[in-house]
Design a protein. Structure first.
Length: 325
């Protein structure tokens, strides 16, 4: 069976990570300006990797109401001296004085798991390089102004990391200031606040879906997808199933799957999508894989990537299911 009108597959750089196996200058601290420069270089006109559609970044609010681009809620996980203070309890000047590093617990786990995965050496090298770097937390408005000055046209997936009305309203202000200059979409775990942002800005909105203790709400189902005004759903890859895929396809929603950080994960997700297609004859119109190593994922899609155990299967499944952008 052939798909009459093939959908598209894209990669999104998770926390601005491009994951270069050959250029250490592309492997930086999550959400920092150095990581952003790597995204701009990789997706620019000279090195344009078409499958990388854009990047994801996270925003939080400081105690003096400065919207900053940062993932974790406490500096302890991101500083060498374990500076134990919540981001929401700091003024920006204090936060700016800290040398922010990648969270060792998160990347240490990925690095250990990579030992049993194909392409272990290159993935572990990328993580090692990232863990050696530091950055200064950027202000969201300054980052977006920089992107606008560069004429950046690819997608910016803005994730709210804090469920509060103050953070919601600051995000609305940011999006409204740049929505006509940049291609911004917004997502979070908080359905109510995300819908409100969509109503006040008019940009596309999405809902994150993981395990229950992270969601802090009931799992989404077909009825939810049918009745709620979300444009896309961002789902932990182990939670993707036929019921969710059917509802997403039937209601014309886009799909974002996270986090795909090895050839094994990539192969597993493509196999899941292939089984769904073989049974139902359709797929979401646009599927996005959120990854810390999108450069490697792009390589795995290539026909000449035969050194990896899964690469040949990835290429065949990709060619069967998707059309190149």
């Amino acid at each position: 069976m052939e798909i009459i009108s093939k959908p598209k597959l894209f990669f999104i750089a998770h926390r601005m990570n491009v994951g270069s196996p050959v250029n250490s200058e592309y492997n930086h601290v999550d959400n920092g300006m150095e990581a952003l420069e790597a995204v701009l270089n990789v997706t620019g006109s000279k090195n344009n990797i078409e499958l990388i559609k854009g990047f994801e970044c996270d925003v939080r609010l400081t105690s003096d109401n400065e919207l900053v681009v940062l993932h974790d809620g406490n500096a302890k996980t991101m500083t060498k001296n374990k500076y134990d203070k919540n981001i929401g309890d700091m003024k920006y000047k204090e936060l700016q004085s800290l040398e922010i590093a990648n969270a060792g617990f998160y990347y240490g786990g990925i690095k250990k798991r990579a030992l049993i995965l194909p392409d272990s050496k290159r993935i572990r090298s990328i993580i090692t390089q990232k863990l050696q770097k530091t950055t200064v937390v950027p202000k969201a408005f300054e980052m977006f102004e920089y992107l606008a000055s560069k004429g950046y046209s690819k997608e910016i997936v803005l994730e709210l990391k804090e469920a509060s009305n103050k953070n919601r309203d600051a995000t609305i202000e940011l999006v409204n200031a740049y929505k006509n200059k940049l291609n911004i979409v917004v997502k979070s775990y908080d359905a109510e606040r995300t819908v409100f942002i969509g109503e006040k800005t008019g940009v596309k909105i999405g809902l994150l879906e993981a395990i229950r203790f992270i969601n802090k709400r009931d799992p989404i189902d077909a009825k939810f997808i049918r009745t709620m005004p979300f444009d896309f759903y961002s789902i932990l890859w182990t939670k993707v199933n036929n019921k969710l895929l059917s509802a997403i396809v039937e209601n014309g929603k886009d799909l974002y799957i996270w986090t795909i950080d090895s050839a094994a994960h990539f192969f597993a997700v493509l196999s899941l999508l292939e089984r769904f297609y073989d049974k139902f004859g359709s797929l979401p119109k646009n599927t996005h894989l959120i990854s810390n190593i999108p450069i490697l994922l792009d390589e795995y899609v290539g026909k000449n990537s035969n050194k990896n155990l899964f690469a040949n299967g990835i290429n065949k499944k990709y060619s069967k299911l998707f059309i190149a952008p």
